[in-house]
Write a protein that binds this ligand. Structure first.
Ligand SMILES: Cc1ncc(COP(=O)(O)O)c(C=O)c1O
Length: 455
């Protein structure tokens, strides 16, 4: 739904998702308008009564939204002069941010990031306030390298019910995102050869190498990683819920083959569950870890559900690895920042995290459907059952990318993901549908459609 904030001349794009509610939708729309400069600093906003009438919401809803944004610092309210847009120096004059914005392509369908505009700022602020108000004094001191017990306990319950992970709090280590978990494990494995999916994320291969490991490619086919090819390797990193970047869900037969390999050879499975919450065709596929908790290290992250900026991830370890990983964490950075951990624990315990994930799932599903509406029947689109990206097959990747670039459209290149690039590889574009702001998405899809039709 598009609405017009008359008098100020701002198109507010008040979109409310199921489960989100009008007040939260209004807060988000106003916050976005301030952040991206459509509401300039000093702009005087209409009185709550008028805003409520224009938008067809109650006056209480309009007032609550203003109050929230005043509390967050986006608006100021002064007796006599009404509510105005605050001056935000970090948004106005932050040179690196401005440079980053200038580098941003016109249409961004690159994979990797969620819709950061959906970050639940109000709920996070509430959780942070509560966390600070109730934190014991010792929370401000050095703590357990595994992380705060409040968060490990909250995650233990959440991962059990949402992802089928067997996760006693004493076997969880909180990390600075997935990437730190991978780095710590590589160090603990002490130079071992680690199998990684081919294709896979080049950045993660580099993380393994820089932490002393060597990388062995393992093939991925239409059933997922070829577990039968692992032989006597020590460890394998996999993305079973939604293979990155092909989007394949690991077939039940391969899940079994993988756990059989680990049991028979003493191998370790490293499960990267980066977007497992977002499954669209049925209930999320449970984590592999639940089938073999003694053989699997489960790694999860808040990067897709909340935002990469938080740098919050978690590892659930088999008993024999807990002490070694906690020791590696201690010698890396003592432990992850504590107050953010307490806020996330609060978000999970209050069920605001579940509500947010549910609302995001609906939104991404809608985006996935829009992508299919635009491309289906004309192009082969894979990996659509889950996650925030799909793989679109093309006859010639280079040609498609040149056309995309000419249109100001950025997408992922399948070619970048092979361990050894070369002729004869399948050709495809990795299309992320998490990143664009809601109002920019339909146009980005139109451009993608045109690019593919011409390629
Ligand atoms: C395959 C894969 N794994 C994990 C992650 C999450 O990494 P982190 O938690 O370090 O942000 C991502 C993020 O893009 C990813 O693409």
């Amino acid at each position: 739904m598009n609405e017009f904030l008359a008098g100020v001349g701002v198109d507010l794009h008040l979109e409310t998702d199921d489960g989100e509610g009008r007040r939260v939708g209004l807060e988000r729309a106003l916050r976005d308008a301030v952040r991206d400069g459509r509401l300039a600093p000093g702009t005087r906003l209409p009185a709550t009564r008028r805003l409520a009438t224009e938008l067809g919401v109650s006056r209480g809803t309009a007032k609550a939204a203003y109050d929230q944004l005043v509390a967050e610092g986006y608006l100021t309210a002064r007796q006599g002069s009404g509510t105005q847009v605050a001056s935000l120096p970090s948004l106005d004059a932050d040179a690196p941010e401005a440079a980053a914005r200038a580098r941003t392509p016109r249409f961004d369908l690159r994979p990797g990031s969620p819709d950061v505009g959906a970050f639940p700022a109000a709920a996070w602020l509430r959780a942070l306030r509560r966390a600070i108000a109730t934190a014991p004094l010792l929370a401000y001191d050095y703590g357990d390298p595994r992380g705060r017990i409040e968060l490990r306990t909250a995650l233990s319950g959440y991962l059990g019910r949402a992802r089928g992970v067997i996760a006693p709090p004493e076997r969880i280590v909180i990390t600075s995102g997935y990437v730190q978990g991978l780095a710590l494990l590589t160090r603990v494995l002490d130079g071992a050869a680690i199998a990684m999916e081919d294709p896979g994320l080049p950045f993660h291969r580099e993380v393994v190498r820089r932490n002393g490991g060597s990388v062995v490619p393992v093939r991925v086919d239409e059933r997922g990683v070829c577990a039968q090819e692992l032989g006597d390797l020590k460890a394998v990193v996999v993305t079973p819920a939604h293979q990155y970047p092909t989007g394949v869900t690991l077939h039940p037969e391969r899940r079994r083959a993988l756990t059989d390999w680990a049991r028979a050879r003493g191998g370790l499975i490293v499960e990267d569950d980066y977007d497992g919450e977002f499954r669209y065709d049925r209930q999320p596929v449970g984590a592999l870890q639940g089938m073999a908790p003694g053989q699997v290290v489960y790694l999860g992250t808040a990067s897709k559900t909340l935002g990469p900026a938080l740098r919050l991830g978690w590892m659930v370890l088999p008993p024999h690895l807990v002490d070694a990983v906690a020791d590696a964490k201690l010698h890396s950075d003592h432990h992850t920042e504590s107050i953010g951990q307490l806020a996330l624990a609060e978000l999970i315990d209050s069920h605001a995290y579940d509500r947010h994930v549910r609302a995001c799932r609906l939104r991404y599903r809608r985006r996935r459907d829009q992508l299919l509406d635009r491309l289906a029947g004309r192009h082969d689109v894979r990996g659509i059952a889950a996650g925030l990206h799909a793989l679109v097959e093309v006859p010639d990747e280079e040609v498609a990318l040149k056309r995309a670039e000419a249109e100001g459209l950025a997408v992922g290149h399948l070619a970048d993901h092979w361990h050894t690039p070369g002729a004869g590889r399948p050709q495809g574009l990795v299309v992320g549908y998490g990143t664009p702001r809601e109002r920019a998405y339909p146009e980005a899809l139109e451009v993608l459609g045109k690019v593919l039709e011409g390629a």
